[in-house]
Ligand binder design. Structure first.
Ligand code: BGC
Length: 380
């Protein structure tokens, strides 16, 4: 029976071929509803052959859903969000969005550049937050490229006009999301300008590793932040300029610590100001080098997420302003502490602090901020 006697080596090779398809990750384009004025919003879903998928969309170049397995292989969507574009437009929470032109706050919306004072839109108490009233999160981005392959990816592109929100210079921004076989979402923001300006872009996904529609919030998650210092803020959440060691404070997450263990510590003025954690951590190691910034573990599901980036800082926001009035996907009520936001970025209000890493972008340069959200399950 020549030819039917398949030896183990041949069989292994044949199985390996089956297990390693040329396309490990797919990118699929589809409609995601329309705005009131009829503008169609597209979504792009990246799916790998390892149980992970992420849906991004052109409104705000946002992460709309992201599913990963728990320790039993059960998948759940772990990001907060909405079912329709209209809800995202009305959203004061920046669910999943690309935030910019300047992520986080600028003191009273003012900053100096080349001897001139600029005034940005005020949209957060006395300050400018996440680009102003119509930041990058509220813009419809162009779907610039979509690719399947060993790595699936989508790039969104937005041209921000000179003077938009008060910012100088025409900025061309891109947001690229990519997913390969390992369960890691890579996000890269890039920007160029035709005149000197400031840029600080980040991702504003709210993570609930128990599942976005579960009845479990995130305060029992074990959090590690690889930072020996943070930037304390004033009562309006603007950095004072101090770089303060975390040692001996509720901001010390250098060893895995339950978030809820200290989030109600009213003896901390900083926690009172933020209504919890809403602070920039100065990440250890060299900015400019990809390094781990944070690790979160949800003991119930076993899901673990690590955040990596080359940015100098990480804003950790414990979802303090989710007050039960927001109805998310599937009409689920989001409440305080339900989810966690990790924003690798330059320090808040950097343009007003010459000692902080600079947010300046000049013509001929390319601003880049890359980050990775890596998913796995805990060993035990
Ligand atoms: C800020 C919070 C703010 C939130 C808006 C975060 O990046 O740090 O203070 O409330 O964005 O959803």
């Amino acid at each position: 029976m020549r030819g039917r006697n398949i030896g183990p080596a041949v069989l292994t090779a044949a199985l390996a071929t089956v297990a390693q398809p040329a396309v490990a990750a797919d990118a699929v384009r589809a409609p995601f509803g329309k705005l009131a004025d009829g503008t169609a919003i597209e979504k792009v879903t990246l799916t790998n052959d390892n149980g992970m998928s992420v849906t991004t969309m052109a409104l705000g170049a946002s992460v709309q859903s992201l599913s990963v397995p728990d320790r039993d292989g059960k998948r759940a969507d772990v990001v907060l969000g909405y079912d329709t574009p209209a809800e995202y437009l009305a959203d004061p929470q920046y669910f999943g969005a690309t935030v910019g032109r300047f992520a986080n706050r600028i003191d009273r919306g003012r900053f100096p550049l080349d001897g001139k004072q600029y005034q940005l839109e005020i949209n957060d108490g006395p300050n400018s937050l996440h680009g102003g009233k119509q930041g990058f999160d509220k813009r419809v981005w162009e779907v610039a490229s979509v690719e399947s392959g060993p790595t699936a990816s989508v790039t969104y592109r937005y041209v921000s006009a000179d003077g938009e929100g008060g910012y100088p210079g025409t900025v061309t921004a891109t947001a690229t999301y990519s997913l390969g076989r390992d369960n890691a979402l890579h996000v890269t923001y890039r920007a160029t300008t035709d005149a000197p300006t400031i840029v600080n872009m980040s991702n504003h996904s709210y993570w609930n590793l128990a599942g976005a529609t579960s009845d479990t919030g995130s305060m029992d998650d074990l959090l590690t932040i690889d930072a020996s210092a943070f930037t304390p803020v004033s009562g309006t959440l603007i950095p004072t300029g101090e770089i303060r060691p975390v040692a001996g404070t509720p901001f010390d997450f250098r060893k895995p610590t339950r978030i809820g263990a200290r989030v109600r510590d009213g003896s901390s003025e900083q926690l009172r100001y933020g209504h919890g954690y809403d602070h920039n951590f100065v990440i250890d190691g060299d900015a400019g080098t990809m390094r781990r910034m944070a690790r979160v573990e949800d003991s119930g599901s076993g899901r673990v997420m690590e955040v990596w980036s080359a940015a100098p800082g990480l804003q950790f926001y414990s979802g303090n302003f989710l007050d039960g009035t927001t109805l998310g996907k599937g009409q689920h009520i989001y409440r305080e502490g339900d989810a966690l936001v990790f924003e690798p970025q330059l320090f808040p209000d950097a343009p007003n602090h010459p000692d902080f890493p600079s947010a300046r972008l000049d013509p001929g340069e390319t601003y880049t901020n890359s980050m990775i959200f890596k998913f796995s399950v805990a060993d035990d």
